[in-house]
Design a protein around this ligand. Structure first.
Ligand SMILES: Cc1cc2nc3c(=O)[nH]c(=O)nc-3n(C[C@H](O)[C@H](O)[C@H](O)COP(=O)(O)O)c2cc1C
Length: 195
């Protein structure tokens, strides 16, 4: 059996690192999921920027199969926080939840398109000094019999062909989490030229 020596890549120090135009990597270095929020509203102009970010998300063949529902009503947020048995409860205290949906009749890659929109809006949230967490809805259960998706479709009167990928919970952070240290990144995941 031939044994390949796997050549992995290494981080090389670079002065590009410190330049402010590389702001995106700075955001990523600090990025963490935030699940505890201040009792504070999001300014309307920031909400407008979040809408813009979502609508600027790239999608396959530019079909834009997504649909978004912004939820800032406390009662609705409380109901929405019960979408999953675990892992959605903190939505109750968020200032905003964005339900990210995709029209399966319009695109066979709505999952990818919705995922891109979900992460991009999270990064823009962070750039405006707020925090967020992705709540997985697709393939998750509300109860043993009812899917999280069906629960949300019922609650918001969403047609069955409009699938639900995620809910992004957003608010001003009331928890501090340090970014992952560069030395802790699993560099072995990246190979050079062969697996
Ligand atoms: C596709 C996806 C689904 C996730 N679903 C949930 C979820 O349902 N509930 C939750 O609390 N966090 C969820 N998360 C957040 C992850 O748990 C989190 O990103 C991971 O543990 C790493 O932590 P960090 O984001 O703080 O670096 C999800 C993240 C992704 C990317």
């Amino acid at each position: 059996m031939i044994k390949y020596r796997v050549k992995t890549t290494t981080f090389k120090p670079s002065n590009l690192d410190t330049q402010s135009e590389f702001a995106m990597i700075e955001l990523l270095r600090k990025r963490r999921s935030i699940r505890v929020y201040e009792d504070r509203k999001i300014e309307p102009e920031k909400i407008e920027i979040l809408k813009e970010a979502l609508l600027r998300s790239p999608s396959s063949r530019g079909i834009n199969p997504w649909e978004f529902i912004f939820v800032d009503n406390k009662e609705l947020l409380k109901k929405l926080s019960k979408a999953k048995e675990h892992g959605s409860e903190f939505l109750e205290d968020a200032a905003l939840g964005i339900i990210v949906c995709g029209n399966e009749k319009r695109s066979d890659v709505w999952v990818e398109d919705c995922s891109i929109a979900s992460i991009l809006v999270q990064m823009v949230v962070q750039s405006m000094h707020m925090g967020s967490c992705w709540i997985q809805i697709r393939n998750r259960m509300h109860t043993k019999e009812i899917t999280s998706e069906a629960f949300i479709q019922e609650l918001f009167n969403i047609p069955r062909h409009i699938k639900v990928e995620s809910v992004i919970s957003i608010g001003y952070p009331a928890e501090i989490k340090p970014g992952v240290l560069k030395e802790k990144l699993p560099l072995k995941k990246i190979k050079m030229n062969r697996f």
